[in-house]
Design a binder for this molecule. Structure first.
Ligand SMILES: NC(=O)c1ccc[n+]([C@@H]2O[C@H](COP(=O)([O-])OP(=O)(O)OC[C@H]3O[C@@H](n4cnc5c(N)ncnc54)[C@H](OP(=O)(O)O)[C@@H]3O)[C@@H](O)[C@H]2O)c1
Length: 330
């Protein structure tokens, strides 16, 4: 029987994720049962959420020790026992850190039309759709509003910054170093990117947004959320997209000014998961494709080669070493 190289969660991280948490193994390829397909994995998406899944139940069950590490990805059907998918079809969905995986066809989305595999993990994938739905369907941004985006150099952040810019907003990004901020300003064409680890961050934010912030696209939570809430305008909206400051540690740090500042500034904080907006995806993909084809929306990727690089790619993402979307090419 054909061997399948897989990466397994060996130990739960006690603090920051490290490569000793994972181990590589050979497992037999699982033959598909009725309704299932066997997939050759081609691209693996490395996401901040992969780390959050190790901490407990989220919008999916927690990953347990001994599990093959799950991950969103793109693959090719090599054997099908489903009438809905054929050998050779390209599919996306929750796959695994493995060379092959067997999944029910109903869990997968077939890639139709003209596509480039990377597009399906970037502007046409979770990253682009999350940014789009957060800004248009949660915050409902308007031209000329001031929009602040955290993790501006990351996979969701690069699209949130660019979409807000395309829609005529004043856009301020946040990132962890002067070098990353320079990269964001040069490549995403936004008004300003601020190093949130820099001295006098709050003062700088006030100087750059004297009018206050209408919309904060929050990917971080914790202390950074606390500081930005003070700069929100009356009736401002906060898109609660993620809490990456809390994923890779054993303690949590909640903003101390919640709910006080929400009351006094009459703020609206709303969380969402990209899957909530499946019905709006057609329009979202139309807009994202139009902007991409017009050259207004750019894709930036951090690419790794080979399954073995997956743990390092996730560790590097959590350390902020990525610019754009992190992808493993198998
Ligand atoms: N709601 C949804 O449906 C949905 C979907 C996808 C992603 N998300 C969320 O979007 C966020 C970004 O995820 P992603 O997969 O696109 O990753 P990413 O932005 O490509 O990479 C993560 C970035 O987070 C920043 N970061 C790491 N540790 C941090 C800390 N302690 N404090 C502040 N920033 C830190 C780093 O950027 P800097 O170096 O610039 O700090 C790093 O590059 C996550 O919170 C994720 O959960 C939500």
């Amino acid at each position: 029987m054909k061997k399948n190289k897989v990466i397994i969660l060996k130990d739960l991280p006690k603090f920051a994720l490290n490569s000793a948490c994972f181990t590589t193994a050979d497992r037999p390829v699982k033959e598909p049962m009725l309704g299932e397909v066997l997939i050759k994995v081609k691209l693996i998406s490395i996401d901040a959420a992969n780390r959050a899944w190790l901490n407990g139940q989220t919008y999916r069950p927690a990953v347990s020790v001994g599990d093959i590490m799950p991950a969103y990805g793109i693959g090719e059907v090599v054997k099908s026992r489903s009438k809905n998918l054929n050998k050779g079809d390209l599919v996306s969905g929750e796959l695994e850190w493995s060379e092959y995986t067997t999944k029910p066809a109903s869990f997968l989305k077939k890639a139709d039309g003209n596509y480039n595999l990377t597009d399906l993990l970037t502007y046409k994938g979770i990253a682009g759709l999350t940014a789009y739905h957060g800004l248009l369907n949660i915050a409902k941004i308007e031209p000329k509003e001031t929009v602040l985006v955290s993790t501006a150099a990351g996979s969701v952040g690069i699209f949130a910054c660019q979409i807000a810019r395309i829609l005529g907003c004043k856009v301020i990004g946040l990132s962890s170093s002067d070098e990353k901020c320079d990269w964001v300003e040069k490549n995403l064409g936004i008004n300003k990117c601020i190093n949130y680890k820099g001295e006098n961050f709050s003062k700088t934010l006030k100087e750059i947004c004297p009018e206050g912030i209408d919309v904060y696209f929050d990917n971080v939570g914790g202390n950074l959320l606390e500081q930005t809430l003070y700069r929100m305008r009356l009736k401002g909206r906060v898109v609660c997209c993620g809490v990456i400051s809390q994923y890779d540690q054993d303690t949590t740090t909640s903003p101390k000014n919640i709910p006080g500042v929400i009351v006094t500034k009459r703020l609206k904080l709303e969380g969402f998961i990209v899957m909530d907006f499946q019905k709006e995806n057609f329009k979202a993909l139309e807009d994202l494709s139009k902007w991409f084809e017009a050259g207004q929306l750019k894709v930036f990727t951090e690419e790794y080669k080979g399954l073995d690089s997956a743990p390092l790619a996730l560790i590097n993402l959590l350390k902020g070493k990525n610019l754009g979307k992190t992808i493993i090419k198998i």
